[in-house]
Write a protein that binds this ligand. Sequence first.
Ligand code: DON
Length: 576
Amino acid sequence: MRLVLALLLSLVLAASPPAAAQQATDVSPSTGEIDASAVTGRHGMVASQEAQASRIGAAVLARGGNAVDAAVATAFALAVTLPRAGNLGGGGFLVLHRAGGEPVTIDFRETAPAAATPNMFLDAAGNADPLKARFSASAIAVPGSVAGLALAHEKYGSGKLSLAALIEPAVRLARDGVPVTGDLFETLTLAERRLGQWPSSAKVFLPGGKAPAEGALLKQPDLADTLGRIAAEGPNGFYRGPVADKIAATVKAAGGILTIADLAGYRAVVRPPVRGTYRDYEILSMPPPSSGGVHLIEMLNILEGYDLTALGAGTPAALHLVVEAMKLAYADRAAFLGDADQVDVPLGKLLSKDYAAELRRGIDPAKARPAATIRPDSPALGGGGANTTHLSVVDRDGNAVALTTSLNFNYGMGLVADGTGVLLNNTMDDFSAKPGAPNAFGLIGSAANAPAPGKRPLSSMTPAIVLKDGKTKLVTGAPGGSRIISTVLQVILGRVDFDLSPAAAVAAPRVHHQWRPDVLLLERAIPPATAQALAAMGHTIEVGATSGSAHTIVVTPEGVVGVADRRARGAGAAAE
Ligand code: DON
């Protein structure tokens, strides 16, 4: 059935004008199912969007690697087995809790090339040009993943396994091939048109000019060579020399601005996490250039003032409060957030309990607050897909890694750097082309998030770790563009306030409101009576969108539980 739908959709797309088709292919397929599967182990655990990559990570744990080693191996494997989101040509964030040590994060977000300007995504009339920001080669930002994963390994790996050893399984999979089934088959079919615009991409992903047949083997020999160079030379194998030359040449030929100097200058950054508390728990997550951690903690601070447990999981009264907190936080995101290395972000205020209390006073427990009364009116589009990917790792010593990584859209720009196998991102769209102009996820921003040389575009990726008494309790994160932050919030609430089992906390149907547009998105599994009750409180309801797949690990008295969120096909958790 799903296959029939996918094929029908691709037929519709084939008949559409190019711009519409390009937009539509970025609606990520997801299973639409709301289900999660749990694996319980005694020691380490890896949960990711692709089961084979999780097993590779678990094998690293079994060989004595720590959570960072396992996360690095899993992330490299995902670049091969889940090419729509796992990547070398994109970027992401890693949050690390070190048992007995200070937590850290690694920011390997893409950066704007040196030639970026604040007006680069405006047309001649001064209006935001979404096609340029999303589908032109100017959308390609300097990739950060290779630098970030190598830095993680170098600084925080166990020291027992070399980077080459962690990359080796990915090299093998790229060389020997992975079967084109499930998610890979569906997403390649859907992306056929976008990939097909570029001969370098068609060569890799469209044998004979078409998406591979179900069950075919996808071999990526160029990617294997690129991975091999990184294994042999470290990040220099990617950011300098032939791979860098080929990336810059492809971007230049496509009309973009990224250069070899941009690549050579890329640096991943170690930053302290943003930290908050929620009831008896401590929250660690990603600081700017992600908005995720800041607004996750802001929403939790607001919600701490309510007895959600008494209201009950999934009740209209509880969901209403959660939604009202979302609106306030997303409005702040639009107003204040950007790369804090380049602009001032009022982090102290946004993370404070006092500010949350002030915001809470503006919430009516029985009535939806119109978005226009929160901050002045701005236009915005709808929500996003599920084209990023998250993995969670816990090792036997209690170290934990939450890692979210992305090419932005499925298969990023759809453009493979010729001869490298590396798909390039279109993450420049995460900048605000113009204050008030929405990005692909309907998110608006201020001048704080305008493009500028070397600047990191604001992200919603929210890798998060929840601790109690200094020990890992829960590791989570998600894809889903703007819906990432609200997804992570609800997984945490499911455990902390509603005492749901790990699988139920992940599977529970989700709601999402991002202030603009003033629409409450409900997953289909929200019961109609609940939707009606929310509508009666004044919410404008839209049903149907599936929120991102949150592959989560929960440490329980019974063991370490890895939960694969079945909203994404092929997800899997693997115990050490
Ligand atoms: O960093 C961000 O917020 C976006 N580039 C994430 C994109 C995403 O999650 C795509 N999936 N829907």
